[in-house]
Ligand binder design. Structure first.
Ligand code: TPP
Ligand code: MG
Length: 753
């Protein structure tokens, strides 16, 4: 068996046996004895790690009371299952999504008390986050321990994506190929054919929907991932029977196919090891996922902010204390003659001494300085606003014969067609790209395709049509209807270096993914101090003007996402921009929300010939749709053609020359173009499809008012939707959404002000 860390416990054994002849005889007898395969050195090492883990908790609690650290959450009671997992898994080889009670596991894998204390004091050199994330939120790139957040359960879907990436890379070794000048330049991919992904969570966290989405996908895809539920019977003050129907998660999950299940006393390292080993071996052999339900205890309240005596009587707490893994392990070592009391004392003293050194050093560590705060919100390596992403379109040469053949004119393409063509060319170029979402495949039942029984769907708007046929079912596939699953697994894949380009079918249904979109995807780089990142693309069909789209097929809401640091937000208004910006989104090193207006997919406005396989538009560069001198209109998306119509009418009827700016990307946005224009026209109107109050235009209007006050001849105005939902009845829809007539009126009034 391969050990995660070399055993270092044998010294204590030697020290004690030398002085006690009886123990020495017993030692000889026991020399070759193993416990479920664990040798005495490993068991002594297990105790050393368990004891160290507990003592780090104790020291942190002391430091918190002295106000030298600011938060404490313990791994107390969870140590045995942690060391058991550590014996079965390999750091830097397998992948880890542990949760905050996994201190013992992290020590087994190679984390140190000093590292942990650096995080507790919020030191600049904290290897997990550089002082950005709370203690016990582990991240170690060299050990494949992926950065952790605090929402319960968001790690689970990412772990599934990580496992999926390992399988994908094994089947696509050419994806390792790197390319100068795109995100791959900064992202090594590595995988092992028999790697396993570890993910852990508490009993309460199994109540989160994302847990079930994760189990479902792991089961369906037979992924090599082991789920470890550390069941201490409480989620803060809420007991397990309130969280889990029937009070036992093992019973509930037992129907999922392809799993290997274990339920075990997680306070006993030997039986925990045996259970973990069976589960990990099962995963490693490619049979499917493992599920280990470990019954543990929580002796130190939920965190230092909680006092469990308020909701747990002494009798219950004493019952738990009788199972404390540290005392049980001590007694086990003594009972089995593996270590005597003196040996235990020596081991513990050594741990204490080392800890004191670690505490002293950590308390002297330098803090991060405020000038570093905005570092790593975005990729420090690849700037999507740079010239590198500015290329000329290369349109197909139309042969003279074709051009002169009136029956077969070469027509410009729709936005839908150009997005499809761009995806196709990018997938051809880069084997790291995978495309998935609801209905995006041509046909999930491949047989129907092969036998040519059906044509295939390729997306409800047909944006991904033909991609599965061209690139295969492991690169283009349908997801379950589970938006958090789509974004969460994609985040895990991107962490491994793949480039998922996933689809959310309707913006109106993006909300189940919101925790992943707000607390995970855009945050990963910053919170890990650039140790991890997840650059990927989420394509979303957005917007109204559909005549009958109603409340749940018409939503905008882009400002909710532009409010998130770390997330790029793109919103093209025409086919050519969509092609150029989508390619930049795919090749850049940041996560991108790519908003595609449904009404523009097949609009006559803004069609274009395909600009070639390398056409890119940098982010943060607006386009002046129409130059003008009297008034600046700043807009984007489906309001662009409507504003253009209004502006042309205004010029025709009133001679007012409107400068119309299409922002194209909302984060970053092109302040320079706005400011230059407003400096010239001295009047600004911001127009957007979303409801007026708190919308995206509010920020633009505020900036203009703030920074250009002296140059304005009129107040900054906004034209937007009513502060209402979009109704089904077209008469109402027209009244709710901003129409060319509303834009016309807004422009005219501002010009006359
Ligand atoms: C999504 C979310 N909701 C609420 C919380 C607050 N919270 C932190 S830990 C916790 C309880 C978790 O219980 P369990 O999963 O059993 O893990 P344990 O702490 O018992 O090991 C809660 C409610 C959170 N972090 N994330
Ligand atoms: Mg719990």
């Amino acid at each position: 068996m391969q050990l995660a860390t070399p055993p270092r416990g044998s010294g204590y054994w030697m020290a004690t046996t030398k002085t006690d002849p009886k123990l020495a005889a017993l030692a000889d007898e026991k020399k070759s004895k193993t416990y479920e395969g664990l040798t005495r050195q490993q068991l002594i090492e297990a105790y050393r790690i368990m004891y160290t883990s507990r003592r780090v908790d104790d020291r942190e609690i002391l430091l918190k009371r002295q106000q030298k650290i600011f938060f404490q959450i313990s791994g107390a009671g969870h140590e045995a299952i942690g060391v058991a997992a550590g014996f079965c898994l390999k750091p830097g080889y397998d992948w880890f999504y542990p949760y905050y009670r996994d201190r013992a596991l992290v020590l087994m894998l190679g984390g140190t008390p000093y590292d942990m204390l650096l995080q507790a004091v919020g030191a600049a050199d904290d290897p997990s986050s550089g002082g950005r994330q709370m203690p016990s939120h582990w991240a170690y790139p060299r050990l494949n321990i992926v950065t952790q957040s605090s929402p319960t359960g968001t790690q689970i879907l990412q772990a599934v994506g990580c496992a999926q990436a390992g399988v994908y890379l094994s089947n696509h070794p050419n994806a390792k190929h790197k390319a100068e000048g795109d995100y791959r330049h900064f992202k090594d991919v590595s995988w092992q054919a028999d790697e396993v992904t570890y993910v852990s969570l508490g009993d309460g966290t199994t109540s989160e929907g994302e847990f079930w989405e994760a189990i479902n996908t792991a089961s369906n895809r037979k992924l090599p991932i082991v789920f470890v539920v550390e069941d201490n019977e409480y989620a803060i003050s809420v007991p397990v029977e309130v969280q889990t129907a029937g009070g036992n998660i093992s019973r509930l999950v037992s129907g999922f196919p392809n799993f290997h299940f274990e339920e075990v006393d997680g306070t006993d390292p030997v039986v925990s090891y045996a259970a973990m080993k069976r589960a990990v071996d099962y995963c490693r052999s490619g049979n499917g996922p493992g599920f280990v339900h470990a019954h543990v205890i929580r002796p130190y309240s939920h965190s230092l902010s909680d006092d469990e005596r308020l909701y747990r009587p002494d009798v219950e707490r004493q019952r738990d204390a009788a199972r404390d893994p540290i005392t049980r392990m001590q007694m086990f070592l003594i009972r089995e003659g593996l270590l005597d009391e003196k040996g235990i004392n020596q081991l513990e003293k050594k741990v204490e001494d080392e800890m004191q050194v670690a505490v002293d050093r950590a308390l002297e560590a330098a803090f991060p300085t405020p000038d570093t705060i905005t570092r790593y919100i975005y990729s420090p390596n690849l700037d999507p606003t740079s010239k590198q992403f500015e290329t000329e379109p290369v349109f197909p040469r139309v042969s003279e014969a074709a051009a002169s053949d009136a029956k077969k004119p070469v027509l410009p393409k729709t936005m839908a067609e150009l997005i499809n063509a761009t995806l196709r060319d990018e997938m051809k170029r880069d084997e790291r790209i995978v495309v998935y979402g609801e209905d995006v495949a041509d046909v999930s039942r491949e047989d129907y395709l092969k036998k040519k029984l059906v044509k295939g769907k390729g997306g409800v708007f047909k944006l991904t049509a033909g991609l599965q046929m061209a690139f295969g079912s492991d690169r283009v596939f349908n997801s379950p209807i589970a938006e958090a699953q789509i974004v969460g697994t994609a985040t895990g894949m991107a962490t491994r270096g793949l480039k998922p380009v996933v689809e959310i079918q309707f913006f109106d249904y993006i909300w189940p993914a919101m925790l992943q979109l707000r607390d995970e995807l855009p945050v990963i780089r910053w919170r890990s101090n650039n140790a991890f990142s997840s650059p990927l693309v989420i394509r979303v069909a957005i917007g109204g003007y559909l005549t009958g789209g109603a409340l749940y097929h018409s939503q905008c809401g882009e400002s909710i996402f532009t409010h998130i640091p770390g997330l790029r937000v793109v919103f093209p208004s025409n086919a050519l921009d969509a092609a150029g910006l989508l390619r930049t989104a795919i090749r850049c090193d940041d996560p991108v929300l790519f908003l595609e207006h449904k009404r523009l997919y097949r609009e006559t406005y803004g069609r274009s010939h395909y600009p070639g396989p390398d056409y890119m538009i940098p982010f943060g560069k607006a386009k002046i749709i129409q130059p003008g001198t009297d008034l600046t209109v700043i807009t984007y998306g489906a309001v662009v053609p409507r504003a253009l119509q209004a502006a042309q009418k205004l010029e025709r009827e009133q001679g007012v020359k409107v400068e119309l700016i299409d922002l194209r990307t909302l984060n970053p946005f092109d302040w320079e173009t706005i400011a230059n224009s407003v400096a010239k026209t001295n009047r600004a109107l911001v127009a957007y499809e979303d409801s007026l109050s708190w919308g995206y235009g509010a920020e633009i209007a505020a900036r203009i008012a703030d920074q250009m006050f002296g140059q304005l001849d009129a107040p900054v105005r906004r034209v937007a939707a009513m502060d209402s939902y979009v109704a089904y009845q077209p008469v109402l829809e027209d009244a709710i959404l901003p129409q060319p007539s509303d834009l016309y009126r807004g422009m005219k009034e501002l010009a006359e002000y």
